[in-house]
Ligand binder design. Structure first.
Ligand code: SF4
Length: 463
């Protein structure tokens, strides 16, 4: 449904984050890698600050450190010097170079600078260098993330007839599956790997920051934290039996899974983010199809318990009205989940402007039109606040940037996704699979109950 709101000529508090932030997060999910931002120091500092506050882990993001002079004459020399410094100090296996608004605006030709840099070196002395273009005035952090993942596959897996998937177990790796998990939490990543291995599969997850951005205590300093997708595993991806790629919006554009399909004929399973029963059922069916293996009992029991809790809890949430915001694919996943538990989304907002959110929400729920929910693309929190004031929802679901709206309007908020800067444990929030839906369901039911209990004159101590 079209949004009837006052139009502003400027954005004041965008419902999205900076594009290279997504790229830096994706690069952090590769073993022994260093993200390098080509631009001014402030961009790396802001992104580091955002990631550290959410993950509560050290995050190193290098910068080519533009000055006024570089902004005028170009940053080629700075980029080459930065690569030399990183190689000397970190000895990385991969450097992920993402551009920023400034280097994009002055039009630095990064591929040409990198070719020139490599021409003067012995290739065996160099780490893999992956470049992605990420101007933040075009796209969102989710675009930066997806484009970086695609650039990793594109750069590290050039076309080779030898590695085309034939459907036969010629490599001894027919039990291999690629998984592109979207911008999810470390806990989500660990749980997805647990499910995949319970089907007897070896999963190659790209990226995988489940350890690096949520590791154990250190007893000695490490330049680069352990964990991440191994470069040697990425090179095995063309031999996999299939690629599972999460994201209904992503499925409509260019993606890493599509590169593997077009270049190496690896079957691609485009799936929504598996949030709630319906989307998780599709994920589990894809695993059944790839392996020919029945769903393990432990997973079936998680699903059964979840359905039972839906029955127990529906009376507390049925017909509640919600505002959902964030990355488009997360919004789509949460809306799918809310629809099955009887909560009505009244506003679905994202800072992205793919133009696809409405059609994807209708794919998820053919009756979506009848719900009269508003869909807002290119959203700004100022506009979200205006609409939320009129809609008076029972709950707001999104990351912590929406807290000020929730506080001002006195509406309870359930925090999901990234970033979560005002609470502890953002990296351990589980959203995916039956287990994630169970945790989300409990949190949402309890948040709505708590709000009603607080508002009641008498309160209650028993349900
Ligand atoms: S200038 Fe652009 S790239 Fe740098 S932090 Fe701001 S939005 Fe991000």
């Amino acid at each position: 449904m079209a949004v009837d709101i006052k139009k502003y000529s400027v954005t004041r508090n965008a419902c999205k984050l900076c594009t290279p932030l997504g790229a830096a997060l994706a690069f952090s999910g590769i073993e022994n890698s260093v993200p390098l931002l080509h631009g001014s120091q402030g961009c790396s500092t802001y992104i580091r600050r955002y990631m550290i506050s959410h993950f509560k882990e050290p995050v190193d993001i290098a910068s080519t450190n533009f000055s006024e002079e570089t902004a005028i004459f170009g940053g080629g020399l700075n980029l080459k010097r930065a690569l030399d410094n990183i190689i000397t100090q970190y000895k990385p296996g991969m450097i992920g170079v993402a551009t920023t608004c400034l280097s994009e605006t002055i039009g630095d030709d990064v591929p040409m600078i990198l070719r020139d840099y490599k021409a003067g070196k012995k290739l065996e002395d160099l780490p893999a260098i992956v470049h992605v273009s990420t101007p933040s005035y075009r796209g969102t952090h989710a675009d930066g993330f997806h484009n970086a993942v695609r650039a990793i596959v594109d750069t590290l897996l050039p076309v080779s007839e030898d590695s085309r998937y034939t459907g036969e177990d010629t490599t001894g790796s027919s039990k291999l599956v690629n998984i592109f998990p979207e911008m999810v939490s470390p806990e989500d990543m660990r749980y997805m790997k647990e499910i995949i291995s319970s089907f007897g599969l070896k999963g190659i997850m790209l990226p995988d920051y489940s350890e690096r951005l949520e590791g154990a205590l250190w007893f000695e300093f490490k330049r680069i934290q352990e964990g991440g997708t191994k470069l040697s595993d990425i090179r095995k991806m063309p031999s996999a039996s299939g690629s599972l790629e999460f994201g209904r919006i992503l499925a409509k554009g260019e993606s890493a899974g599509r590169v593997l399909k077009e270049r190496f004929n690896v079957p691609l399973y485009n799936l929504g983010l598996p949030i709630g029963v319906n989307e998780t059922d599709r994920f589990i069916s894809a695993l059944n199809e790839i392996t020919g293996v029945e769903t393990p009992d432990a997973i079936k029991k998680e699903r059964d318990r979840l359905i039972d809790s839906y029955v127990d809890g529906h009376k507390y949430v049925s017909q509640a009205r919600a505002i959902v915001y964030g990355e488009e694919d997360l919004v789509a996943g949460i809306v799918s989940f809310l629809t099955e538990i009887g909560i009505k989304p009244v506003l679905c907002a994202s800072g992205a402007k793919s133009g696809l959110l409405e059609s994807v929400l209708k794919d998820i729920n053919p009756d979506f039109d009848k719900s009269n929910a508003l869909i807002m693309s290119g959203a700004d929190f100022v506009e979200i606040e205006e609409i939320a004031g009129r809609l008076k929802p029972d709950i707001i679901i999104g990351h912590s940037k929406g807290y000020s709206v929730a506080r001002k309007l006195n509406i309870p908020i359930v925090r999901v996704g990234f970033p979560i800067h005002d609470r502890f444990g953002g990296s351990r929030i589980l959203h995916l699979g039956y287990r994630g839906a169970q945790q989300l369901f409990d949190r949402i039911v309890n948040t709505i109950m708590e709000n009603r209990q607080e508002a009641s004159d008498v309160g209650w101590s028993y349900i």
